[in-house]
Design a protein around this ligand. Structure first.
Ligand code: ZN
Length: 254
């Protein structure tokens, strides 16, 4: 079974995102998202999009769409902006927190884009972003250069296909496709399985309030509260220890 990736072009419709000299973030990122998706499809992945046209959807709708689709990964594509133009340039990729396979994916995407000529501003934690917080699968948000940097816009326009390939390659190398062709194991730590959605929700809120990357996985009549995901058993074990110290019952799911 192929991995399912939800590709999200940021903003859209009445929300243009960042704007600079008539250039709108929502247009740049839609074009880039479609190009990245095409490359991933060609590589054999199951690709879905939050949008393929200029429409508006709230961040929580986008997260819900990815959750309902049962996507294995969520990749949101944006362009950055700084209060004063031409002061900052470069790429950065945002994640909910620093652990797990998403962090690896974010670093790989940044490195690919650095090879094309962007400054690499690194991987940043953004626990309050809805599309990173509310998605149940590993999620990254790629800021493909600053829209109010002439240097970055030139890079973006002149190397558009290379940028799309760089993002796609960063994703593919992380999930181990292209090299071995096999899927890597992903682990989560489960803290509870409830028939009652409300009980699951209470545990989720308690975990989120302590900044755990928790989510609910629904299926078979159960609401499973889980924390993750992690690319290695060692990472899952270290999270399990933290959770136990905070008094949660745990089981590693792999
Ligand atoms: Zn944006």
């Amino acid at each position: 079974m192929a991995y399912k990736i939800m590709i999200d072009a940021g903003h859209g419709g009445r929300d243009p995102g960042a704007v600079y000299n008539g250039r709108q973030e929502k247009d740049d990122v839609l074009e880039l998202a479609l190009a990245v998706g095409q490359i991933l499809e060609d590589a054999g992945l199951d690709v879905e999009y939050t949008r393929t046209t200029d429409i508006y959807e709230s961040p929580s709708e986008k997260a819900r769409e990815a959750n309902n689709a049962g996507a294995d990964f969520f990749v949101s594509i944006h362009r950055n902006s700084f209060p004063r133009p031409n002061e900052v340039s470069g790429v950065e990729t945002l994640v909910y927190d620093a652990g797990g396979i998403k962090n690896q994916m974010a670093e790989n995407v940044n490195r690919q884009l650095e090879n094309i000529g962007f400054r690499n501003l690194g991987v940043k934690e953004r626990p309050n972003l809805t599309v990173l917080r509310r998605t149940q699968m590993p999620a990254i948000l790629v800021e493909a250069g600053f829209i109010n940097s002439d240097i970055d816009n030139r890079l973006f326009d002149e190397n558009f296909q290379a940028i799309a390939h760089g993002i796609a390659d960063g994703i593919l190398e992380t999930i181990g496709i292209g090299s071995s062709g096999t899927m890597e194991q992903v682990y989560t730590v489960q803290t509870g399985a409830f028939r009652n959605e409300e009980y699951a929700g209470q545990m989720l809120d308690s975990l989120l309030s302590r900044n755990y990357p928790a989510f609910i996985s629904e299926g078979g009549g159960y609401y499973r509260v889980q924390v993750g995901s992690f690319g290695s058993l060692a990472e899952a074990r270290s999270m399990e220890q933290r959770l136990r110290q905070d008094g949660y019952p745990t089981a590693i799911i792999g």
